[in-house]
Each structure stands twice: as structure tokens, then as C-alpha cells.
Write a protein that binds this ligand. Sequence first.
Ligand SMILES: [Zn+2]
Length: 292
Amino acid sequence: MAAQQIHNPVLLTKVCNDILPTASTLQKWNYQETDECVLCHQHEDRDHLIRCNGTSRLLWRIKFIVALRKTLIKKKTHWQLSDVICTSLTEWMDEGYVDIRNYHEDFHLAITAQNKIGWRNFFAGKISQQWLNLHDLFSNNKCKHSQSYVWGASIVETTLQLMIDLWNLRNEEVHGKTANEKEQKRKHRLLKKIDECFAKITEMRPSDRCLMPENRDTFVESSTSNDLAEWLASHQKMIKNSIDKWKKRSEKGSRNIGDCLKTFSAKNKEILENIYTRHRDRLMHDAWNKKK
Ligand SMILES: [Zn+2]
């Protein structure tokens, strides 16, 4: 019933089944290297989205409780029941648990039941039947069953809608809001890998070093995020292969053919350049082929 009111079935399914592609999930699937929250650098999973202490998330928590209170008032909920629901959810968001001793015993059955289901699951739309029973108890309406069912569905609807808002907010923070912001953020995320590549230049086989851009800053500034991603796709493997080949040669202790030829004529220079070009072509070719 609550699901019918929210017009984003894909996202709704992800929220309800706890399969939002958070940083920790993406890392698990090898889509990215980090599991960090963009705001506080802690491990980002579904619960962290809600419990993160970044300013925007603190504001979201207030927004959620305000929206929930509004729904509860609209659905003519007894003030005590409203208070307990909002306070216990706030306690879970702040502390990560709900201490039953802080609440009147009339509400213990519902709190214990929600403890068993898991408060985190409240945010996936799984609320205890005991809350509905309490609403029945507090209200004097007839046709109680359908009344409490509609009441429960409206709580779930508000919660899921706010979870979708939270996910959209998180995505804006991670990927940017405008196209320009998205491009800048994507570029920024790729820079770590780009810098790792540049740091390895001195370990590469000397004849391959010219495959690297001359100036890191000019290269980054003049490239789009797509250019950088493509460059990484073709060069990361090549750099590794070049380092491996150079290491092997150093271990064997053999003298670089270039060093021998350099001491001879200009003709040798040309031969040498041909050899180097062949090496480099093979390196790039191997890097692409092994990727496929
Ligand atoms: Zn965080």
C-alpha cells in the first residue's frame, strides 16, 4: 500500500531489500577501491547513510522526524505513541540501539518486537505489528483493523519516501548536482590512480617512459574524466608490464642493449629507436589484449 504512493519502484526495491549500491557494496563488487563515506571517511553501508554525523545527514534526520510527526498527527495518533515512535527512532539513529528502560512499560512490547525485527529494518518499511496494536488501543475508532493498517502504511510510506530523499542527497554529495560538478568529482576520483601511475615512471623500462605524458598537470587539465578513464584503462597494465620487464632485466644483470649501441654510430641510434618502438607497441598491444 505504501509502495503504491511512491513513484520510484527500482529505488524502492533497493531500499526495502537493503541493496543500495553504497560505497561498501561497490567495493565488495570490485567497482571501486574505497568503502569510505564521502563526508566523514568512515565505512559507508546502508546504516551509515542514516547514522553519519555529516551536517547534511544530521539535517536529514531532523527532516525525517519532522515528516514522521506530521504524518502521525495527520493520522490522529495519540501524542504518547507519537512521542515514543519518534524518540526511539531518534535514539537508534544517534546511538545505534534503543534502551527499553527509557520508555514506559506500556510500550515495552512494541519496542521489544521492533528490537527483534531490527530498528534498521524500520527504515526498510518493516515495522512491528505491535505499533499497530497500540494505535488501536489508543484510538476509539470502530473498524479498527483497517484503521490501524492504513495508519501503519502511512508511517512506512513517509519513512520510505525520506529514505529515497536520503539516497538522492547522498548521490548529489558523491557525484555532484550539476553536469559540471559531476564531471569535476569524477575527475577528482580518478586522480589518485593517475598519480599512482606517474609515481611509477622511474621504475619503468627507460625506453617506455616516453609513453607517459610529459607533464602531469597539463595532461590532467586538458583531459576530460572520460579521457582519464580511457587512459587508465590502456596504461595501467602497460606500466605494470614495463616495470616487470625492467625488473627482470635488472635481476639478470644483463646490460641494456641501448647502452652498448649508444657508444657507436648515428646509424645505431636509428636501429635502437626502431627496437624501442617495437617494444612499446608490443607493450600497449599486450596491455589491451590481456584486458579483454
Ligand atoms: Zn559519513
